[in-house]
Design a protein around this ligand. Structure first.
Ligand code: ZN
Length: 659
């Protein structure tokens, strides 16, 4: 008596990737509905089953489809947008500003469709995604027929789909409610990373994931800097910190885990967290080498992911699997590290376990969903084939086969590709729509890159704030007369400050751009100690906006903002054509002179060693007011015992302007 089935795949090299790494050659597999009914030696299967359709696989490999354990699929539309940059410049300078401008449900849908073409063609049947408007990712993925864990991003910054995190959290809840129980999509929530989330966000997302029993997808310990910052800020590395916020109450999928120690590996294991290892992304962004062998030895479910196609720049899991193995060998100096069989297990069964859907997919076993691929190894670049060692087939797939050898893909019992023809997606149509996006993004960035100001606004998250000030600056040989004059009762002192300032000026080929000043202000208290440090970024006007008699200046400061990134970040982002550095000690008074408010700065320039300068300045809003204040400024300079004539600090200005 034989049992009825829908599809019988025969005459194949069946690699089950199950716990025992069972293989059958010639082998066969039976599909009924969305699931695998049986798998085994061909004759045995044929004796037990008849099917509506029997397919001769012609000696191809049948194996479970690959699981891409961490990606951001809509970012296919940002592929090649900006490369060879450091993570912060790449992310904050390019990706996030472009995403804020362009990412919409339509963008996400198109990017996902584009990704699905690439994923299906390279033998991926399941992936874990994290992005904005994740419901559109879920929709497009379900229509393409792929399986995925689709995670809605939540973070502390405004995102393309939410101004506040409460909004994205509420959207995540509704989205999870709508999609929970879908045959292909597992909805999930993604607190983006510990450093882009607050403690509240980490706790709230963990609670949400627990409430609906869905995975929680996040980035953990991707760079050494992230760990260093966590140690400084919280006094502990990243994993203990997120544990404190209860995220391990949820079923965690942690991407990267590059910089974690043995104790942290044990924590991940104890909480049954899955890990996504991303070799291309970690190498391209020089993030480091994840302790993959240690994690596997400890018994963790470590899958392999491509990460987003903007930091890879492809979704090719064949390449990723090969790199994972090579990277482990090169990094450990041990060629036996991460052998082909184990690496392929990471890309299938362990990956599915890491996504917390190992009961559904990841290996060819009766009862699991029919998620499988056929690989044609009868090609010259795969030849010859040695049969002496049965496990040689793993090396053949991992080290020699290419994604273009994948001929057929089935997910949930349905063919998504037959003989390299896609059944659910229209590639030509996608190509045209993609070109439209890249054209618009190019125009946006070309415009932005023309102006230092717009580049500044793109990363500053602040708006343009224009202020004019009247400014008189003179060089003096001796500060004593100034100090004595300030003591006079006719000058009302409102406020006194002492700073040590380190200024870096960026200049640009186009002088109309002005100068960008990165200032580190050390506040010096009465005992001479540094009490506080402030970092500020100021875009100064091109030069003097207007001249007054005796060279009192009207200057324009177009933008001022706290400098939240490093000087190195600004240098790599703005790419100045010149740079100069000034270090000075500054005594500053806010005073009332003849009823008008002025700042008096008494500067001692230490680098370059230019001696003492006296500067008086006052904010102004109209040209009549400026004229009035310019003559008052001259009066104040004279009052302070210096001469406003001839002594204008040309060398100081020239130093900055010729930098
Ligand atoms: Zn990522």
């Amino acid at each position: 008596m034989t049992r009825e089935a829908d599809i019988l795949l025969s005459n194949a090299i069946v690699i089950t990737m199950d716990e025992n790494f069972n293989q059958y050659e010639p082998g066969a597999l039976v599909v009924s509905g969305d699931s695998i009914l049986a798998v085994g030696p061909e004759q045995e299967i044929k004796n037990s089953f008849t099917a509506a359709e029997t397919i001769d696989c012609g000696g191809k490999v049948i194996m479970p489809g690959l699981v891409n354990a961490h990606t951001h699929v809509p970012m296919t539309l940002l592929r090649g947008l900006a490369d060879d940059l450091r993570l912060d410049v790449w992310l904050l300078g390019y990706m996030m500003p472009v995403e804020r401008e362009f990412v919409s449900p339509d963008f996400v849908r198109l990017g996902t469709e584009l990704a699905c073409v690439e994923l299906i063609r390279s033998g991926v049947t399941c992936f874990a995604d994290m992005y904005y408007f994740e419901e559109s990712v879920a929709q497009a993925t379900a229509e393409a027929g792929l399986r995925a864990v689709c995670s809605q991003t939540v973070m502390k910054y405004p995102t393309p789909d939410a101004d506040f995190y409460e909004e994205s959290l509420a959207a995540a809840r509704e989205y999870i409610q709508r999609w929970k129980g879908h045959p292909l999509i597992v909805p999930s929530v993604a607190p983006h990373a510990p450093y882009t989330c607050t403690e509240d966000i980490l706790r709230a997302t963990a609670e949400l994931a627990v409430e609906f029993d869905v995975p929680l997808h996040t980035h953990i310990a991707e760079t050494a800097l992230e760990v260093e910052n966590a140690r400084q800020e919280y006094g502990m590395p990243v994993i203990p910190y997120v544990k404190k916020q209860n995220i391990f109450d949820a079923k965690v999928l942690a991407a990267h885990c590059v910089h974690i120690d043995n104790g942290e590996i044990q924590t991940l294991l104890h909480h049954k967290a899955g890990v996504a290892h991303n070799p291309s992304s970690n190498m391209k962004l020089a993030s480091g080498f994840a302790p993959v062998v240690k994690m596997l030895e400890a018994g963790l479910n470590v899958g392999i992911g491509t990460d987003g196609p903007a930091s890879n720049n492809d979704l090719d899991m064949f390449e990723e699997v090969r790199l994972a193995s090579f990277m482990a060998k090169a990094n450990s100096g041990d060629p036996t590290a991460l052998p082909a069989q184990q690496t392929l297990a990471m890309a299938t069964r362990l990956g599915a376990n890491a996504l917390h859907i190992g009961h559904l997919t990841g290996s060819l076993a009766p009862g699991k969903r029919a998620d499988l691929i056929l690989i044609d190894i009868n090609t010259l670049h795969n030849a010859p084939r040695f049969r002496r060692e049965p496990d040689g087939i793993y090396a053949q797939i991992v080290y020699a086969a290419k994604s273009s050898d994948v001929s057929d893909v089935m997910v949930n019992g349905k063919w998504l590709m037959r003989s390299q023809q896609l059944t659910t997606l229209d590639e030509d149509n996608l190509y045209e729509q993609t070109a439209e996006y890249s054209k618009n993004i190019d125009v946006f960035l070309i415009q932005r890159e023309q102006s230092v100001l717009s580049k500044l606004i793109a990363i500053g998250g602040a708006s343009e704030a224009e202020s004019f000030e009247v400014q008189a600056k003179v060089r003096i040989s001796d500060p004593q007369p100034v100090l004595a004059a300030i003591e006079q009762p006719s000058l009302e002192i409102l406020h006194t400050r002492h700073y040590h300032e380190y200024d870096t000026y960026f200049s640009f080929e186009d002088q109309n751009q002005g100068y960008l000043r990165y200032r580190e202000d050390e506040f010096i208290d009465e005992s001479g100690e540094v009490s506080k440090i402030r970092y500020r970024l100021t875009l100064l006007g091109p030069a003097r906006e207007d001249h007054f008699p005796s060279d009192v200046l009207l200057s324009r400061s177009r933008f001022i903002a706290p400098a939240t990134h490093s000087l190195r970040f600004y240098r790599e982002y703005f790419k100045p054509s010149g740079e100069s550095f000034i270090e000075k000690d500054r005594l500053r008074w806010r005073v009332l002179f003849q009823g008008t408010e002025f700042y008096i700065n008494l500067d001692h320039l230490e680098k370059p060693d230019l001696g003492y300068f006296l500067e008086v300045k006052s904010r102004t809003w109209s040209s009549r007011d400026a004229q009035h204040k310019a003559s008052l400024a001259e009066g104040l300079i004279t009052f302070l015992g210096a001469s406003p004539e001839k002594t204008v600090a040309k060398d100081y200005i020239e130093f900055v302007e010729t930098a």
